[in-house]
Design a protein around this ligand. Structure first.
Ligand code: PLP
Length: 493
């Protein structure tokens, strides 16, 4: 099987302390069933404050809007409502949820392509509308007029930013937004329909970690706002979307080693690391590794608020000064829509071990009371080690809260599998190393799952009920409280 390879999760104190209390976690799963998602609402509030500190450092103002799509929890949204944060809603249900959780409409952004119901509620409530395309703007204008609504505040979502001047730096194509080259049509419409819509500014969201692409997009947005001001409009917001990222792993060297060894395994130069040779995007073509690793960069030296800081400190590609200075000079507000980064360290998923059996090649299958979709780390390409939390009396897992144990020699390689009657229901497609073989009734914990991994892929196949969610925290006197997610309000303690 080869030497064990670890990918220890990065654990900050609140999450680490929770994992250091296995009796509490076992008690929750005994009461509420497996799988179970735990949410830490106070961590989200702290994450908002960390982003705000970056704004202050650069003397910038503007809104920090949680991208709701990252997690459907009520507790997180209600806790955020009690902070200064805004919210990015990408569906009519997310919008209703935000409004019903205490977000005043002016704190809510309606993003993404909109169906008529979503557009209607956004316009009727007075949320800011991210306009995805000229046709959507025309629909909004008609709606405002037909219903006699106040002017709708809009941000124009742009895409396909390209540098000029011969340097071939092209941002990736996107299905969303209007290509920046066609922004004239949108500005014409906004000017013509000024009695129905107010141009607040422009926006983008790029699915990349590349600072240069983002710098190019941001600078292009400032130029578009210059053009809008020349036309007599008065926009003041640049919304740079989400994508600040999270660092999931404690140790960059483990990540480097893992990806190197994975390539070796794909090439057949070491024992397999994955179920039936799964290559995470890599394949062996005549002794050469081809393809692209389809994994989230799980160790990121710069992520979350640090990534925003780095972006704002980046020089604008053609205008020279830093992006922060560029925004400051123009008196623009900076809006952001972090999803994953705002729920960093704010969640944990638990599942009970129901069966353990050996495979013919010396590994073990550990069946969990969950499906792969209940914790879609694999689907999102996020590889971190689960932690084993033995039931009291099941022996010591020999493990600290990193799950790495003090006896790497004793570690066993297992595949975690789900309960669906599908060969493909693998909670991990890779061999994960646990400090010892689990027993039935032990818990396996997946740390830091609040960003997309709890509910983005969840389904009800085989009539399975969805995983329950509970909000957890500590009172000032150190005692723990918990509440069903739907029953949590910021007054809960
Ligand atoms: C428009 C928009 N804003 C924000 C986000 C959040 O991105 P992230 O979770 O990477 O911060 C997304 C993600 O898809 C998005 O589409």
């Amino acid at each position: 099987m080869g030497a064990p390879l670890f990918l220890e999760p990065r654990l900050e104190p609140p999450l680490r302390e929770l994992l250091d209390d296995p009796d509490h976690l076992h008690g929750l799963v005994d009461a509420l069933g497996s799988p179970l998602h735990l949410l830490l609402p106070d961590v989200v509030a702290a994450n908002v404050a960390a982003f705000r500190a970056v704004y202050r450092r650069h003397r910038l103002g503007g809104r920090i809007c949680f991208a709701h799509k990252a997690n459907g929890s009520s507790a997180l949204v209600r806790r955020l409502a009690a902070t200064e944060a805004g919210l990015d809603a990408a569906s009519v249900n997310e919008l209703s949820h935000a409004l019903g959780s205490g977000f005043a409409p002016e704190r809510v952004l309606a993003t993404g392509p909109k169906d008529p119901a979503f557009l209607w509620l956004a316009a009727r409530a007075g949320a800011t509308v991210h306009v995805d395309a000229p046709a959507e703007l025309a629909d909004l204008v008609r709606l405002v007029r037909a219903e006699g609504l106040p002017r709708a505040r809009v941000l124009l979502r742009l895409s396909a930013f390209a540098s000029d001047g011969g340097v071939h730096l092209l941002a990736r194509r996107s299905r969303f937004g209007t290509p920046v080259g066609a922004v004239g049509e949108l500005l014409d419409l906004v000017e013509r329909e000024a009695d129905a819509v107010e141009l607040l500014g422009v926006a983008y969201h790029l699915d990349t970690t590349d600072l240069n692409e983002k710098a190019l997009a941001l600078e292009s947005c400032v130029r578009v706002l210059d053009e809008a001001r020349r036309r007599g409009l008065a926009p003041r917001v640049v919304d740079i979307g989400g994508g600040f990222g999270t660092s999931y792993l404690a140790d960059g060297a483990q990540w480097e080693r893992y990806t190197t060894e994975l390539t070796q395994a794909v090439l057949g130069r070491r024992p397999p690391l994955t179920w039936r040779g799964h290559g995470y995007g890599l394949r062996n073509e005549g002794g050469t590794a081809r393809g692209r690793l389809s994994l989230y960069p799980a160790h990121r030296p710069v992520a979350g608020p640090g990534y925003l800081d780095a972006l704002l400190s980046t020089p604008a590609p053609t205008l020279g000064r830093t992006l922060a200075d560029l925004l400051l000079e123009h008196l623009h507000d900076l809006w952001i829509e972090p999803g994953r980064a705002l729920v960093d360290q704010a969640g944990l998923s638990l599942a009970r071990v129901v069966d353990v059996r050996a495979t013919e090649d010396g590994a073990h299958l550990v069946r969990l009371a969950m499906t792969a979709a209940d914790v879609s780390l694999e689907e999102h390409g996020v590889l971190t080690d689960p932690l084993l939390l033995p039931r009291a009396g099941h022996g010591n897992a020999n493990s600290d809260a990193n799950g790495n144990g003090d006896g790497a020699g004793a570690a066993v390689g297992v595949y975690l599998v789900g309960e669906l009657c599908l060969e493909a229901d693998l909670v991990t497609r890779r061999l994960v190393f646990l400090p010892r073989l689990p027993d039935r009734g032990d818990l396996v914990a997946f740390a830091n799952t609040a960003g997309y991994c709890m509910d983005f892929r969840a389904h009800h196949a085989q009539l399975r009920p969805g995983a329950r969610r509970v909000a957890v925290g500590r009172r000032d006197d150190g005692t723990r409280w918990w509440s069903l997610d739907e029953q949590y309000w910021p007054t809960t303690r």
